[in-house]
Design a protein around this ligand. Structure first.
Ligand SMILES: O=C(O)CCC(=O)C(=O)O
Length: 414
């Protein structure tokens, strides 16, 4: 048996210790902080009095803080599995050359920088045409709010895995892992159960319209309540930023704002809070695989770890985190609206070997039933597009996206 796998049954030849805690404490989000319960239980002087759950880890790989962190991950992401020894196994399975087949570490890249306070239409237009992504400064979101969101997100993610799964029944903040592809009711469309091919990400999915509706409903966990208040505050800034940028883009594209207004429907807004585990079992494992967003506009805030990469001129480029800036990218719906003048940029997330990473994305879409007209695509509504994406993921394990809607005479993608 691989000694790095959870719940080793023999302790004779490895230094080990037993963590015992009451599973029901872990599952409870109600009056106590489950994080405290784990710490208390692992420090208990008489652990044998606390039953019935017992896990044994090799001591060499698991410090106490690792254990707390470890229990917060979905089982498949946990450290004993996510270990360098596994890398050697993979090398054996795939042959000596396996490690060298990955892409070279790309160079950091200065994204186009857009000053939100003094919006330069021409600069914005060029960034949308040539990049489909840009960095936003002077956006008006207080740095204290960005910091608090990060801190709260980290605390929430450190809750035990089972407690996060339990969130679904209690509030509009829903937990997912292994894929960011969710149905509209928040169910994950996990395209594989193979650890190597899934997305190594956990997330909290927050439809902003529900956040608003549920604001009056007091959740009994202060951690959730505080986080929801912060998200509500952040939502106000995100909708302000998205609508200003959208208007400037529509103006640049010389489209009729009144006509295309339903293409940015605030009530469709989604906030996704992500955590990517540190380390990887090998370089082929991704935080998020290459994809485009289905949105009109996506807005990202992130901690200082980094991992986002984008595809430009067939090269993967690294986006370096810069404090107090936001990263804005265009999604598929904006590409259609612009008749392919603007780009829905391909991007992915690489894992960091030493640090976990937290990022917060905001995605806004067209009103669900509004037809989007373009000279390059068949008219379709966002509802139809989303249904097609979900069907493709179920059937083919991947999003095909805009190709499905392209008119035959314009089959060349941008
Ligand atoms: O976490 C990130 O940096 C990017 C997230 C992302 O690509 C997405 O949600 O589409």
């Amino acid at each position: 048996m691989d000694p790095n796998i959870i719940a080793a049954s023999s302790t004779s030849n490895i230094q080990s210790f037993s963590i015992q805690f009451h599973i029901f404490n872990l599952l409870s989000l109600s009056n106590t902080n489950p994080l405290y319960n784990i710490t208390r239980a692992t420090n208990s002087e008489n652990p044998s009095s606390i039953k019935p759950f017992s896990i044994i880890f090799p001591q060499k790989v698991m410090s106490e803080s690792n254990i707390i962190e470890n229990h917060s991950y979905p089982p498949i992401f946990r450290s004993p599995f996510n270990d360098t020894t596994r890398k050697l196994d993979l090398k054996d399975e795939q042959g000596e050359g396996a490690e060298s087949t990955g892409t070279l570490d790309p160079l950091p890249l200065p994204l186009p920088l857009i000053d939100f306070q003094c919006l330069d239409d021409e600069k914005l237009d060029t960034a949308c045409k040539e990049w489909g992504i840009f960095r936003l400064e002077n956006h008006g979101v207080p740095s204290s709010l960005l910091r608090q969101l990060q801190e709260h997100a980290k605390t929430l993610f450190r809750l035990p895995f089972e407690a996060k799964q339990g969130l679904a029944k209690r509030c509009p903040i829903k937990y997912f892992w292994g894929t960011p592809a969710l149905t509209s009711s928040g169910v994950a469309l996990l395209r594989t159960s193979d650890a190597l091919n899934m997305d190594w990400v956990e997330g909290l999915n927050v439809p902003v319209s529900q956040l608003h509706q549920h604001l009056q409903h007091i959740h009994h966990d202060p951690l959730i309540n505080d986080f929801r208040d912060l998200l509500e505050d952040y939502r106000g800034h995100l909708t302000r930023i998205a609508s200003t940028l959208f208007e400037a883009m529509i103006n640049n594209l010389k489209l009729d704002l009144q006509q295309v207004k339903p293409c940015l429907d605030e009530s469709t807004g989604l906030i996704r809070v992500y955590r990517y585990p540190r380390h990887t079992i090998n370089e082929h494992v991704k935080g998020l695989h290459e994809h485009t967003d289905s949105s009109i506009i996506s807005i990202l805030s992130e901690d200082q770890v980094g991992g986002l990469q984008l595809l430009k001129d067939d090269k993967w480029l690294k986006v370096e985190p810069i404090p107090n800036t936001l990263v804005v990218n265009l999604g598929d719906m904006m590409q259609v609206l612009s008749d392919d003048e603007y780009k829905s940029v391909k991007h992915k997330v690489e894992l960091n070997k030493n640090k976990e990473r937290v990022s917060i994305g905001y995605f806004v879409f067209p009103e669900e039933n509004t037809l989007i007209n373009s000279s390059k695509y068949k008219p379709f509504s966002y509802n139809q597009f989303r249904a097609q994406v979900q069907q493709d993921i179920k059937l083919h394990g991947t999003k095909i996206g805009l190709q499905n809607f392209k008119l035959p005479h314009t089959s060349q993608t941008v």
